[in-house]
Design a protein around this ligand. Structure first.
Ligand code: SIN
Length: 279
């Protein structure tokens, strides 16, 4: 049977069925999957019971693999694949919920990943959804005076902003060798494939905005995040086992939810795909 693509919400997210990424995929199917990803920004490919090496092979249908920053989550048997688990803890013993709070992945890199891919291996009975917001629509709806204020302005992204409400686990000495101290990226970026403009903000990584005092930076950042994270811009993904979900970090924010029974394990594989320098 041929690949089937079905929209999941108005303007964000599509579901792909009738494809098995553990087997070779023909050129037409590859092109349709890539087009569905570009057009919908979140692509949910159902029923992919893949091992880590199979996942690594499969994602290369969409691009080149990106080396993730925090090597402590790397799988020993397949190091380019990392894992996300609710069974990990901070150094102080507190449970670590990776990805809680809206963000875009690895924006502290010079060329942040265009996409992140998760594969659900173990899920709680309920909860643990991932929320996505459409930063293209959010940008388009901004009042003209705000657009004028942010156009052409850059923000400073670091691994862990001193203003972030969410604390990340520390980088390993090995990871520190590859992660820049800071990078400057525009607040409005143009998607290299669709040509559309999106807001590019990240509350866990932005520590300063060019030409603004600290208080103004925080005020502007809060206002942009409050605007962009309204429900009208959202697609909320309810996971099924073996869902492979990939999203476009260039035009979305996303967040994990820790709203479930933590005696149940939530465990996913994670891999990212190389992107370009935002412009
Ligand atoms: C992430 O932010 O990469 C994690 C998302 C999730 O676990 O739902």
């Amino acid at each position: 049977m041929d690949l089937k693509i079905t929209p999941l919400s108005d303007g964000l997210g599509a579901e792909a069925t009738r494809v098995d990424l553990s087997k070779p995929v023909d050129g037409e199917t590859k092109a349709r999957l890539n087009a569905a990803f570009s057009e919908n920004a979140v692509l949910v490919i159902r029923e992919q019971d893949l091992s880590a090496p199979q996942l690594l092979e499969a994602v290369q249908l969409f691009g080149e693999v990106f080396r993730q920053h925090n090597t402590r989550f790397s799988l020993p048997e397949c190091p380019l694949i990392h894992y996300l688990s609710n069974q990990d803890h901070y150094e102080n013993g507190k449970r670590y919920i990776p990805g809680a709070g809206y963000h875009t992945d690895h924006s502290n890199d010079r060329t942040p990943p265009k996409a992140t891919v998760l594969l659900a291996k173990q899920l709680p009975e309920t909860g643990g959804d991932t929320q996505f917001v459409n930063m293209t629509r959010a940008y388009e709806d901004l009042p003209p005076e705000i657009k004028k204020r942010i156009e052409g302005r850059k923000a400073k992204h670091v691994y862990q902003s001193k203003f972030s409400a969410r604390k990340l686990t520390g980088l390993t000495p090995e990871a520190k060798k590859h992660v820049p101290d800071f990078v400057m990226h525009p607040l409005v970026r143009t998607h290299p494939e669709t040509g559309r403009k999106s807001l590019y903000v990240n509350p866990i990584r932005i520590e300063a905005i060019e030409g603004l005092e600290e208080a103004e930076t925080l005020e502007l950042l809060d206002a942009l995040i409050d605007h962009a994270t309204q429900t009208k811009y959202q697609y909320r993904h309810q996971w099924r086992l073996n869902d492979l979900v990939m999203w476009d970090n260039r035009c979305l924010l996303h967040k994990a939810n820790g709203d479930y029974d933590h005696s149940q394990t939530r465990y996913l594989y994670r891999v990212m795909l190389q992107g370009d320098a935002p412009f």
